[in-house]
Write a protein of this length. Structure first.
Length: 74
């Protein structure tokens, strides 16, 4: 198995078709697509919040060094 991706994909598709039937297959495909889209959105949102937390964590340090340099220059 896994020697030819096309054959493996067709076998998996045939098994899914036999298991769920042709009437439920479009709804199943749609729900899988929505789940993948929501998962990707969650990952993107998580990475954005990580970036924001990194920026906010470094911001006070940068402000402290700027304040210290202004204090020594004054």
């Amino acid at each position: 198995m896994f020697a030819s991706p096309w054959k493996d994909g067709l076998i998996i598709l045939a098994i899914v078709l036999l298991f769920f039937g042709p009437k439920r297959l479009p709804a199943l495909s749609r729900s899988i697509g929505e789940s993948i889209k929501e998962f990707r959105g969650g990952i993107a949102q998580s990475s954005e919040s990580d970036e924001k937390s990194e920026i906010s964590a470094t911001a006070p340090e940068a402000q402290a060094t700027e304040a210290a340099s202004e204090h020594t220059n004054a």
